[in-house]
Design a protein around this ligand. Structure first.
Ligand SMILES: Cc1ncc(C[n+]2csc(CCOP(=O)(O)OP(=O)(O)O)c2C)c(N)n1
Ligand SMILES: [Mg+2]
Length: 281
């Protein structure tokens, strides 16, 4: 068998009829997809019948729909989390996974994110932070670093970016992690964590993966060069915290910031309804 005839194991979880993907050559979304599929395989999830994916609009929202062989809802920009909440509330037996962009989840959908975390809603949310609104051609997002040039900030972004992980750590969310796309094993292990050890409540993973076309190419770097750079600048948050603020510039703190297994909204709501029903009887 020649190399070109070897079937890629990720194809077990993909709809081959819609390939190739619409992603730009070198886009890091492919690495995230492989991490997701490796996690499924290592856990022993063979088909995805118990998983429903929900996404909004954006490049990263294409990951589940149409490419993953599972039920998925491709919803409105910013509204993936409320739709996912509805799916989970209707059928708590399903594992509901939201995959979306930083614009989708932290900008237009930021309010939904905050309240799903406050409720500790039983959802897994994977946010691809590519630093821009990629699908609409690279405009600045709330995650765009200070000073970065984009088509809407041609003289450099005058605003400070939001740190979603920092906000979510201080909510009722059960699990909060950030990994760079260069942290393949850690990212895969986090996905395994939220599918096995931490199965309840709100579980959030930020994947820091700068857009190849509108960020990396503007820096005159290849996808491979940027990956090697990320390997140096993405450092454990414990080490990041020990540095003087002046030394932290351009570094990305990564790790599992919070991992708890408190009952999520579904369990809380069930016991709430049971209590009310018993009181009436
Ligand atoms: C309500 C609404 N507003 C704006 C848009 C236009 N729009 C489509 S995708 C997008 C941003 C995508 O950025 P992000 O969510 O970060 O995903 P990415 O493409 O970067 O993965 C915008 C503004 C839309 N489709 N619907
Ligand atoms: Mg984006």
């Amino acid at each position: 068998m020649t190399e070109s005839q070897v079937r890629h194991p990720s194809l077990d979880y993909m709809r081959e009829e819609v390939l190739p993907t619409a992603f730009c050559p070198g886009c890091y979304n492919g690495i995230l997809m492989n991490a997701l599929f490796d996690a499924f395989r290592e856990i022993g999830i063979r088909d995805l019948k118990k998983i429903v994916f929900v996404s909004g609009i954006g490049c990263s929202s294409w990951i589940p729909s149409p490419y993953i062989k599972a039920d998925s809802l491709h919803t409105l920009h910013g509204r993936a989390i409320p739709v996912a909440t509805g799916v989970k509330a209707f059928n708590p037996e399903l594992e509901v996974i939201v995959i979306g962009g930083d614009g989708d989840i932290a900008s237009i959908g930021g309010n939904h994110l905050l309240h799903a975390a406050r409720r500790n809603m039983d959802l897994i949310v994977i946010m691809v932070n590519n630093l821009v609104y990629a699908m609409t051609r690279g405009q600045a997002a709330p995650t765009t670093p200070l000073g970065m040039k984009t088509p809407t900030t041609p003289y450099g972004n005058p605003e400070e970016p939001v740190d979603v992980v920092n906000i979510l750590v201080n909510t009722n969310a059960n699990y909060v992690a950030r990994w760079c796309i260069s942290n393949y094993v850690q990212l895969k292990n986090s996905i395994k964590d939220v599918l096995t050890k931490y199965k309840r409540g709100f579980r959030f993973i930020e994947v820091y993966a700068p857009c190849i076309t509108y960020v990396v190419r503007r820096e005159n770097k290849s996808p491979g060069e940027k990956l090697r750079e990320l390997m140096k600048i993405c450092i454990p948050y414990t080490r990041y915290k020990s540095l003087k603020p002046s030394k932290r510039r351009n570094l990305i703190p990564v790790g599992i910031f919070k991992a708890e297994d408190k009952p999520g909204f579904i369990d809380r709501y069930r016991s709430f309804v049971n209590r009310l029903t018993q009181a009436r009887e």
